[in-house]
Design a protein around this ligand. Structure first.
Ligand code: ADP
Ligand code: TYD
Length: 208
């Protein structure tokens, strides 16, 4: 039996990386092996693609195809081997990031994005997707102290479209749990771990 695949999504500065790390620690304490990975850049070729994506100006379709290449390599070389080897995988961003950023944010055709994802995921879909929701205002506020990459520099209107996209995707998909990202780090971490435990119970029941 394969292990669970969990994704953490949200606009920049929502607290994904902070929460993904805590969730990893909490799941490890239950005795399971956990791999924390991320997109873009989770695989070795992905590191090279990540650098191009975050520094070079490019057409929106090129941007999506590079994220998709990074994702394909990530799925093939990291995610699938790990979950089939008994390791829970938590990915900081996955397919929903491309739907929200390249689809809703940049206007790349959603049907095309879905079709590419259908091919590269080979039926793999996250068992739980956490959407940590914050407003674009909070995102910009939190990122003021950080060095911003090319996509993070897009600004308010872009982030509004991306957030709206995320919320629409989350409404349609039962794997999603939307979390209020304004709550404290501890309270979000507790909510995510409790959700994981409840969904895991259900997941084990369905698999057996
Ligand atoms: P992301 O990976 O989504 O970009 P990070 O986890 O790197 O987000 O967090 C972005 C910034 O927001 C960091 O400075 C972090 O300390 C802060 N932060 C994270 N979670 C919270 C929270 N719940 N409340 C307030 N600030 C937070
Ligand atoms: P990352 O460095 O992981 O930023 P963060 O810490 O905010 O998650 O991601 C870099 C940027 O790449 C981020 O602004 C979101 C963007 N991105 C897309 O536009 N599409 C995608 O498919 C992915 C995975 C990321």
């Amino acid at each position: 039996m394969r292990e669970m695949f969990i994704t953490v999504e949200g606009i920049d500065g929502s607290g994904k990386s902070t929460q993904a790390r805590i969730l990893k620690d909490n799941i490890e304490k239950t005795g399971l092996k956990v791999l924390l990975t991320r997109e873009p850049g989770g695989s070795s070729i992905g590191g090279i693609i990540r650098k191009a994506l975050l520094t070079k100006k490019m057409d929106s379709l090129t941007e999506f195809l590079l994220f998709a290449s990074d994702r394909n390599e990530h799925i093939e070389s990291i995610i699938l081997p790990s979950i089939h080897n008994g390791t829970v995988v938590i990915s900081d961003r996955f397919t929903d990031s491309s739907l929200a950023y390249q689809g809703y944010g940049r206007g790349v055709e959603i049907k095309f994005i879905n079709s590419v994802h259908n091919t590269i995921t080979k039926g793999l879909s996250p068992d739980i997707s956490f959407l940590i929701d914050i407003s674009p205002q909070i995102s910009i506020e939190r990122m003021k102290v950080m060095q911003l990459d090319r996509i993070e520099q897009e600004g308010m209107e872009f982030l509004k479209r991306v957030r709206k996209g995320y919320l629409e995707i989350a409404r349609k998909e039962s794997r999603f749990v939307v979390i209020d990202g304004l709550k404290s780090v501890d309270s979000i971490a507790n909510q995510m771990f409790a959700t994981y435990l409840a969904r895991r119970k259900q997941w084990i029941k369905e698999k057996s």
